[in-house]
Design a protein. Structure first.
Length: 200
């Protein structure tokens, strides 16, 4: 029993240290950028040793990957909460689109996911993360809309990629000062254009 408690305690400490490092890195990467953040700054902000950092992550890039994964997962969770399966296909896509743009307004998130992400991890590395999270929710919403006949049938991978790029561009525009309402109006019109007329 004591051995099991010790294992749990060790695991808890390990998870707590990892969480501290990710949180500290997230704050610094968002404020200063990946390139301008040093590992000594990260360990100082996390209150852990340099050895602890390299115990959990091979290098700064691997720590950034964990930060990006966590951010992308948070965005996807917000989208899923806003677009539950019970609502209609078009409503779900519109709700998910609005929620994505709102979620991306969290301080530093566009820098982390849309600017530093591809630069640090490469386009393929960032796509892998996106495809597990935000792009997955979009792909599932589009597939459901086509399956129910609400949306015209189009190549799913191509449509997901093109719409995801449009959403990312809108998020960057909003971050740079563009009107969120204008961006939503255009995205809503694009989604409306993909829908089939309701059959009477």
């Amino acid at each position: 029993m004591q051995e099991k408690t010790e294992r749990r305690s060790n695991r808890d400490r390990t998870e707590a240290t990892r969480a501290l490092l990710i949180e500290a890195a997230r704050t610094l990467f968002a404020e200063k950028s990946y390139a301008e953040t040093s590992t000594p700054e990260i360990v100082a902000a996390a209150g852990v040793t340099r050895g602890a950092l390299y115990h959990h992550f091979a290098d700064k890039q691997e720590l950034f990957r964990a930060v990006a994964e966590q951010e992308a997962a948070s965005v996807a969770a917000e989208i899923e909460a806003a677009a539950p399966p019970a609502i209609g296909a078009q409503e779900a896509l519109l709700a998910g689109s609005k929620t994505y743009l709102q979620a991306m307004r969290a301080p530093g998130r566009t820098r982390l996911l849309l600017l530093d992400g591809p630069a640090v991890l490469g386009r393929t590395g960032m796509d892998d993360i996106d495809n597990r999270h935000g792009n997955r929710t979009l792909r599932e919403g589009l597939a459901a809309s086509m399956r129910t006949g609400a949306m015209r049938r189009l190549p799913l991978a191509a449509l997901t990629g093109l719409l995801a790029a449009a959403f990312d561009r809108a998020a960057l525009a909003i971050d740079a000062g563009a009107s969120p309402e204008d961006e939503i109006t255009v995205i809503s019109a694009v989604i409306d254009g993909l829908m089939l007329p309701e059959r009477s």
